[in-house]
Design a protein. Structure first.
Length: 241
């Protein structure tokens, strides 16, 4: 079995090193016979040292010129050679425990893929409440958070990959299509909960509560319009770091 870890990255020079160190530490802790791995960082048209630092950190770097998260993930998948794909964001930490749970799920032969609950530390109360609401929806509906999506590579290809018409929410859209693909073959899609993925709370600190509320309201009131427009999703695409 071969596992491809794909990390989309746009101007992530501050965090890509820590992300890669965590990935390689998790791989070393879970090394076993019969499991091969590769780590791919997708430089999504960065203007900083992301690509250089990723190479120095031991990853293979591919380039995607169009700044869009779905395109970056698809570019990484196209370059990957694994039987399974693990998409993890550059501002997140893949722990040995979480990777062990992913490998156990793969080896069970009963799943098409999975996501994970997400943990963010030092959140203000309102952001903690939003994360709790998302976690409930994620577990109940089996929607993966974009910070971590795991799936069989053949299922990913058959399902059409990440929807490039969407500038956000593409992980939920893919989760739905993977669940349909899996049901037809007697396979499940689940959300792992034992070892949450640690993800950076930086957006909560970079944007005010009003800005976050307005972004959520825009998506709720006009989901199709908002999710298909980079300009209507500033929290994802205005480049604030």
């Amino acid at each position: 079995m071969r596992l491809s870890i794909v990390i989309p990255a746009f101007n992530e020079e501050r965090l890509i090193g820590e992300c890669l160190r965590a990935v390689f530490a998790a791989l070393a802790a879970n090394s076993r016979a019969g499991v091969e791995t590769e780590v791919i960082v997708v430089d999504n048209n960065s203007t900083d040292d992301t690509a250089r630092l990723a190479r120095e950190g031991g990853a293979r770097v591919v380039f995607e010129p169009v700044n869009q998260i779905g395109r970056a993930r698809n570019a990484g998948a196209a370059a990957a050679t694994g039987d399974w794909l693990v998409f993890v964001d550059a501002d997140s930490i893949l722990s040995p425990g979480l990777l062990a749970d992913i490998l156990a799920l793969i080896e069970s032969g009963r799943y098409v893929g999975c996501g994970s609950v997400v943990r963010m530390r030092d959140l203000p109360w309102w952001a903690g409440a939003l994360l709790w609401l998302w976690t409930c929806a994620s577990v109940l509906c089996r929607w993966a958070a974009g910070a971590l999506v795991v799936c069989r590579s053949d299922a990913f290809r058959d399902a059409g990959g990440f929807n490039q018409a969407l500038y956000a929410g593409d992980e939920v859209d893919l989760s739905r299509r993977l669940k349909r693909w899996g049901r037809a073959r007697g396979l499940r899609f689940t959300i792992l909960r034992r070892h949450p993925l640690d993800s950076s709370p930086r957006k909560i600190h970079l944007y005010s509560a009003g800005e976050v509320a307005w972004q959520i309201l825009r998506v709720v009131l006009q989901p199709r319009r908002a999710l298909q427009s980079r300009e209507k999703l500033p929290i994802w695409y205005d480049g604030r770091r």
